[in-house]
Design a protein around this ligand. Structure first.
Ligand SMILES: Cc1cc2nc3c(=O)[nH]c(=O)nc-3n(C[C@H](O)[C@H](O)[C@H](O)COP(=O)(O)OP(=O)(O)OC[C@H]3O[C@@H](n4cnc5c(N)ncnc54)[C@H](O)[C@@H]3O)c2cc1C
Length: 406
C-alpha cells in the first residue's frame, strides 16, 4: 500500500480560488498540497487579439480583488498580459425608459473594475507557486475520497491514482459542484434560476468606450463586457442569461443569425455585431453552504457559494474568502493553533458568511425587480433608476459596494 504523505493543508481545486489560496499560504513554513483534476502545466497564453484567441470565460475583477491579486504578486503578470479597465457601467431595462449610469469619476477612482480572462488569473497565480518548494502539486488527479481520520486529528484524502494524503486542514476549492462538500455532507440551500448563461466573444462595429453594458430583458440579463481591442477591431465578452427553454434554440442558430439576435437584444448600442467565437452555455444555480467549515475542513469560492453572474461578483467573493481564510490560518498558526481547529475556522466563517449572504440577497433582489412585468413595479423600477441616478450619495454607495470597497 502506498505511503500516506502528510501536509499541513491540502487544497482541492486549482481554479482561481484554490490557486490564490496556495499563493497566499506559500512561503509561510506550511506544507501545502494542491490537487487539481486538470494538468497544471502553464500554457503559453495567445498574444493575438482576435475572436479565436480570447478566453470565453472572463471575470469583472473589482478594485478590492485587484488589491489582493497585487498582494499575492499576480497582478503584474495579469496586467502585463492583457486586461481591460472599465470606467463606466450602463444598465437599462427592456421595458421602460429606466437607465442608470455609473462612472468611476463619481467615486474619484481610476476604474470601476477590470475585465480579465480567467485563464490569465489562474496562470499568474500558479506561476507564483511554481517555484515554491512548500507547495506540492498533484495534477491530473481527481479526488476520490476524503474522510476524517479516526482520532479526529485531520483529514485523509485519496486520489484516483491511489495517492493518499493526510492534512490538518482540507480546503474545498473544487467549484460549484464540490465533491468535498458532497462527501463531507455539508448541507446547502440551492435553487435553480431556470436560466443558462451563453458566453462567447464578439466583434462589434464600434468601440465599447471602456464600458460594461447590461440590458435587462424579460428573458434575462444580457451583458457586453469590454475587451482590449486591436486598431479598429473592437471586442466584447458576452454573458447572456436566458430562460432555459430558449437556450438550445439560440445555440443552434448559425453565426450570422446569432449575431443578429444579439444585436437586436442589445439594441445595437455598439453598432453591428460583426462576428462571434464558439458559444458555451453554463447552467445557473444559486447555492449557499449553510456552514463553510467543520473540524479540519473549509469551503471557499464556488464550493461555498454560487451567485447569478449578473453583477460579476462570484469570484470577487471567492477571492475575499481566500484572503480571510489565509489570514486566519496564519494568525492561528502564529498562536500555536492547528489550522484545522474550529477556533481558527469559525473566525473565517464569521468574517465571510454575512458578507456573501448580503451580496447574494442583493443580487437576487435586483434580478427579481427587473423580471417583474406588473405595471406598478415597472413604474417604480424606472422611477427608482432615475432617482438613484440623481441621488449622489446613494449612487456613490452602490458603486462602492459593487467595487468591493463600500
Ligand atoms: C457565465 C459566468 C460569468 C461569470 N462572470 C463573473 C464575473 O464577471 N466576475 C466574477 O467575480 N465572477 C464571475 N463568475 C463566477 C466565477 O466564474 C466563479 O465564481 C469562479 O470561477 C469560481 O472559481 P473557483 O476557483 O471557486 O471554482 P472553479 O473555477 O470551478 O475551480 C474549481 C477547480 O477545481 C477542480 N476540481 C473540481 N473537482 C475536482 C476534483 N474532484 N478533484 C480535483 N480537482 C477538482 C476543477 O478542475 C477546477 O479547476 C461568472 C460565472 C459564470 C457561470
Amino acid at each position: 500500500m502506498a505511503e500516506t504523505r502528510h501536509f499541513d493543508i491540502a487544497i482541492i481545486g486549482a481554479g482561481i480560488a484554490g490557486s490564490a489560496l496556495a499563493a497566499a499560504l506559500s512561503n509561510q513554513n506550511l506544507a501545502i498540497a494542491l490537487v487539481e483534476a486538470r494538468p497544471l502545466a502553464l500554457p503559453d497564453l495567445p498574444a493575438a487579439r482576435d475572436l479565436q484567441n480570447f478566453d470565453p470565460r472572463v471575470s469583472a475583477i473589482t478594485p478590492r480583488s485587484k488589491l489582493l491579486l497585487e498582494k499575492l504578486g499576480a497582478w503584474e503578470a495579469i496586467a502585463g498580459y492583457r486586461q481591460c479597465p472599465y470606467a463606466h457601467m450602463t444598465v437599462w431595462d427592456a421595458e421602460g425608459t429606466g437607465a442608470i449610469e455609473f462612472d468611476c469619476a463619481d467615486v474619484n477612482a481610476p476604474a470601476l473594475g477590470y475585465i480579465v480572462e480567467n485563464r490569465a488569473i489562474v496562470n499568474a497565480l500558479l506561476a507564483r507557486v511554481a517555484d515554491c518548494s512548500d507547495v506540492v502539486a498533484f495534477d491530473g488527479a481527481q479526488l476520490q475520497e476524503c474522510s476524517h481520520v479516526d482520532d479526529g486529528a485531520g483529514i485523509r484524502v485519496r486520489l484516483e491514482d491511489g495517492t493518499t494524503l493526510a492534512a490538518d486542514l482540507l480546503v474545498a476549492a473544487d467549484g460549484a459542484v464540490s465533491r468535498v462538500r458532497e462527501m463531507m455532507a455539508f448541507p446547502t440551500r440551492e435553487w435553480d434560476y431556470g436560466h443558462r448563461a451563453i458566453v462567447t466573444t464578439v466583434q462589434v462595429e464600434h468601440w465599447h468606450r471602456d464600458t460594461c453594458w447590461q440590458r435587462f430583458l424579460t428573458t434575462g440579463p444580457l451583458a457586453f463586457l469590454p475587451l482590449p481591442g486591436e486598431g479598429n477591431s473592437h471586442y466584447c465578452s458576452i454573458v447572456w442569461s436566458l430562460q432555459e427553454e430558449l437556450v438550445d434554440d439560440m445555440l443552434a442558430l448559425d453565426k450570422e443569425a446569432f449575431c443578429g439576435a444579439l444585436e437586436h437584444a442589445f439594441e445595437a448600442r455598439l453598432g453591428r455585431v460583426l462576428d462571434c467565437a464558439p458559444r458555451f452555455a453554463f447552467p445557473l444555480r444559486q447555492r449557499h453552504a449553510i456552514d463553510y467549515v467543520q473540524p479540519g475542513i473549509a469551503l471557499v469560492g464556488d464550493a461555498a457559494h454560487t451567485i447569478h453572474p449578473l453583477a460579476g461578483q462570484g469570484i470577487n467573493l471567492g477571492l475575499q474568502d481566500v484572503g480571510a481564510l489565509a489570514e486566519e490560518v496564519l494568525a492561528g498558526c502564529a498562536r500555536g493553533l492547528n489550522p484545522g481547529q474550529m477556533a481558527v475556522l469559525r473566525r473565517y466563517q464569521r468574517r465571510r458568511k454575512g458578507e456573501n449572504l448580503l451580496m447574494m440577497a442583493a443580487m437576487d433582489g435586483f434580478k427579481a425587480l427587473f423580471e417583474q412585468q406588473a405595471l406598478p413595479v415597472r413604474w417604480l423600477r424606472n422611477a427608482g433608476m432615475r432617482g438613484v441616478g440623481r441621488i449622489g450619495p446613494l449612487k456613490q454607495q452602490l458603486i462602492r459596494h459593487a467595487m468591493g470597497v463600500g
